[in-house]
Design a protein. Structure first.
Length: 343
């Protein structure tokens, strides 16, 4: 009789826990492979995103707030999925990797004091920024691993796009294909110039030394040709660039970002750019914006199933409740936590 009473007492004590196992944990918005994302997590991230963007947070009872909330939920889901997928694939981001990015950010903005002030303005702590950087690096690694299997854009599609959109490749004014290396001091700039004059490879030195993380990975090259006048680059850079001929290199050029060593690779006169000169850039754009994007989006939807993403009823994406469409999976990738290229 006593054993029976003990058994009943234990069963009653465990009843709330047993009941909870049949549904979402209390205050959960979504779970990813059993990992809980709470409403507090969502509101905290939403406040941070709004602060960083400089926008005003809508009232909590508005449709705008609900839409932002849903977007943040997808960001948090993405963080969880990328971390789980990275672990499965053996992808690791080390503390040294994160520290390297943070140091590049400090160098780009002009030192630690300026960096600390910008953190404060953005409403970020250094720990929170490091978390964002780690998530971004994980996303990049996972994204690269996923899209390596994406189908490649056919040559005929690249040519067809060029022929049908020739206006996009017609320059109304002279443009220049430019590359640069950005360093902190004039002494460093002169050392780089000496190494280049000694025969060292520009792209290799850009990857090794340039503080412009946006172009260092591409050999120092700007993403696309820029107008000789009204280029949108800082004035000192534009003025020095305009004085160079094709194939010529500048001396140290001081700007607010540091010291640039600039090379004009080619000067493109007004008129349509030849297909051969834009082919690779256009191919990469179509590959990235269409083939890689679609492939990654499909992978992300499959990953939600694989990692057992489960929404609380009130937070299901609108396409699941029949009232609209949800955030596109590839759009849920973490926003870059790095400053804009220093040009």
């Amino acid at each position: 009789m006593i054993k029976k009473l003990i058994a009943i007492t234990l069963a009653l004590a465990l009843l709330p826990a047993i009941a909870a196992c049949g549904g979402m944990p209390k205050n959960a918005v979504v779970t990813v492979k059993g990992q809980v994302i709470t409403l507090e997590d969502v509101d905290d991230r939403l406040e941070l995103e709004v602060t960083q963007s400089g926008m005003q947070l809508p009232a909590t009872d508005t449709a705008e707030y609900k839409e932002l909330q849903q977007q943040v939920i997808e960001l948090l889901i993405a963080d969880k999925i990328f971390a789980l997928e990275a672990e499965e694939r053996g992808i690791a981001v080390t503390d040294e990797d994160v520290d390297e990015v943070i140091q590049q950010m400090k160098d780009q903005v002009g030192g630690e004091d300026v960096f600390d002030k910008q953190l404060e303005t953005a409403g970020l702590t250094i720990d929170r920024l490091m978390e964002q950087v780690r998530n971004n690096l994980l996303f990049r690694e996972v994204n690269a691993a996923v899209i390596k299997d994406a189908p490649q854009v056919p040559e005929e599609e690249v040519r067809k796009y060029y022929d049908e959109h020739i206006d996009e490749f017609t320059n109304p004014t002279e443009t220049r294909q430019v590359k640069h290396i950005l360093v902190a001091t004039e002494e460093e700039a002169n050392q780089v110039i000496a190494r280049l004059n000694g025969g060292e490879d520009f792209a290799a030195l850009a990857a090794e030394l340039s503080l412009d993380s946006g172009t260092a990975a591409t050999g120092g090259s700007l993403p696309q040709p820029v107008p000789t006048v009204n280029s949108g680059l800082v004035p000192e850079f534009e003025q020095a660039m305009a004085q160079l001929g094709a194939g010529e290199m500048s001396g140290p050029v001081k700007s607010q970002y540091g010291y640039h060593i600039i090379v004009v690779e080619k000067i493109i006169p007004p008129g349509p750019e030849p297909y051969d000169s834009v082919r690779e850039r256009l191919r990469q754009q179509i590959q990235t914006l269409t083939y890689d994007y679609d492939y990654f989006s499909k992978w992300f939807e499959d990953a939600k199933v694989k990692y057992e993403v489960e929404y609380a009823e009130d937070f299901k994406p609108r396409d699941e409740t029949g009232t609209g469409t949800s955030t596109t999976p590839a759009d849920a990738a973490p926003a870059a936590a790095e400053p804009a290229p220093a040009q």
